[in-house]
Design a protein around this ligand. Structure first.
Ligand code: ADP
Length: 264
């Protein structure tokens, strides 16, 4: 029987280009090797959750991806933007800027400017750093604020909002930069328990919309529900990686098992 032509086409299609391909990421602070050799692959529209004990290097991975730390070694490729970085060589300012522009980060503490309104907090980066036209930036900001349930809050100051609302502004501020990649560093860990759900549900909505995301989190139910891949970091290496269904139900490594037992 001759093969179905559709199947032939599918079989010869090249694999999709990754959004991000990180190899051997290494970072030391003084004599302490915080990241030893971290690999990370991310296809467009996928969500990776980083889990692991405190001090295992999760935040340092995010900060390295966002250009807030400069790794000592390893490579980063973002084929869709043509970016290729070898961290073992000195980086030019142009390369640093391209690394920064690739992603936007949502922090544990939202870090909003207290003296600026919600709208000003959101538009500050696109206007001042990216130099985009005000009318376009403000229109987009209003749409994004609506999208996360903050309609009517654009003139409020951060102190007039709940912690969950503030963190949603933090998310909108990241989205407004139009990054390729969203990075979340424990975005709910400083919130009162009753406010965690509204932020996780916004994040789940972004994943459903097709955003590519790297999320550091202790919210295992979220990771199970939303992540395509889970990486368990321990001592600056990825000790175990896999689909959430595999890692959470049948971890291969004893250390992963003990970590999960403590959290669940
Ligand atoms: P995690 O996010 O998994 O808790 P981090 O990436 O924040 O881990 O930190 C990993 C290790 O690196 C910790 O031991 C931390 O103390 C250390 N570290 C992080 N940032 C710095 C820094 N700027 N200077 C010195 N040590 C640091």
């Amino acid at each position: 029987m001759s093969p179905d032509p559709d199947e032939l086409v599918e079989a010869t299609e090249p694999p999709p280009e990754p959004m991000l391909e990180v190899r051997g990421l290494a970072k030391s602070f003084g004599d302490t090797a915080v990241l030893r050799s971290v690999d990370l692959d991310l296809l467009p529209g996928r969500v990776v959750c980083l889990i692991g004990p405190s001090g295992s290097g999760k935040t340092t991975v995010l900060r390295s991806l966002n250009g807030l730390e400069t790794p000592d070694g390893g490579t980063l490729r973002a084929p869709l933007t043509g970016l290729e970085v070898d961290f073992s060589e000195p980086l030019t300012n142009a390369t640093r800027n391209r690394v920064r522009d690739l992603s936007a980060m949502v922090f544990q503490q939202h870090n909003l400017f207290p003296h600026l309104t919600v709208l000003e907090n959101v538009t500050e980066g696109p206007l001042r750093v990216q130099g985009r036209p005000r009318a376009e930036v403000e229109e987009e900001a209003h749409a994004l604020l609506d999208r996360v349930g903050l309609h009517g809050k654009s003139g409020a100051f951060p102190a007039e909002l709940s912690g969950g609302q503030q963190q949603r502004v933090g998310i909108v501020r990241a989205l407004a930069l139009r990054p390729q990649l969203l990075l979340f560093d424990e975005p709910t860990s400083s919130l009162d328990p009753e406010l965690v759900g509204e932020v996780l549900s916004v994040m789940k909505g972004l994943a459903d919309d097709g955003w590519t995301m790297v999320v550091v989190t202790h919210e295992l139910a979220f990771a199970r529900d939303v992540a395509d891949d889970v990486l368990f970091l321990d001592g600056g290496v990825v000790l175990e990686r896999g689909a959430p269904a595999d890692i959470f139900t049948a971890p291969r490594e004893e250390r992963t098992r003990r970590f999960l037992d403590r959290l669940m």
